[in-house]
Design a protein around this ligand. Sequence first.
Ligand code: NAP
Length: 264
Amino acid sequence: MGAAREREGAVESGRRLVLVLGGTSDARAVAELLDGAEGVRVLSSLAGRTKAPVRPVGESRVGGFGGVEGLTAWLRENRAAAVVDATHPFAARISANAVAACAAVGVPLLRLQRPGWTARDGDDWRRVASAHEAAAVLPGIGRRVFLTTGRLETAPYARLDDLWFLLRSVEAPDGDVPRNLELLLDRGPFAFDDEVGLLRRHRIDVLVTKDSGGTQTAAKLDAARELGVPVVMISRPAVAAPESVASAAEAAEWVRGTCGTVRG
Ligand code: NAP
């Protein structure tokens, strides 16, 4: 198959295949916006990390592709016309794989990444580059930690025996965890009043979060500001994307434009 033909993408029943790399509410919004769009077939891809993921509208697949090679082969075999990488800002590996695989096959790639959070008046944030750095600064800041960085990254905090942790995650962690830990299984969005109540009830004196951005989980930052609780903010990893937008609406527009004749 020649490169030019590959770029045209698969036209199955007049529809061109768009792969949406997902696992985020933004990715679900893209799938919803393009649902039923003329000339486009959206296939959402989930990593399969959570046992009961929120399923996007339309077709979806679950599981890794097998690195850059696997994704490259997948794009070729399925003759994808475009890829929208709407994965979480901290899912750096799949994003890098998408850049390499799309370049190899000549498939247009768009990165959809919501803006990060910015500190406001009254905020007390310490920016760090990683979970390891967050763990290193924590003992100098507080004793009762609200940890909201997900179940997969608890190991860096596991040796902080003098601190107490409230870990909130969608599913229980399976790696090393701190000795003094209370687990709160919950999934956003979260409301301001509930977040204030939670911080008060547990006498939280420091919050650890990734700079995920967006509105779904931002209320904890408002609550921390309200109560004067310092925040350890883990900065995003750098991802070199050829083209990027900040909203699902812009991403859907890009798909329509990229897939040529497609009308929404
Ligand atoms: P990652 O470190 O960048 O990816 C690790 C591996 O998981 C990738 O190499 C890929 O496997 C597979 N993978 C990741 N996303 C995939 C997708 N959408 N479809 C198919 N395979 C995928 O990512 P992660 O941090 O483990 O995140 C996994 C998923 O959870 C992402 O889809 C992300 O949007 C979502 N998520 C992540 C976070 C977070 O904080 N990291 C938060 C909320 C949601 P192969 O190399 O085998 O293709």
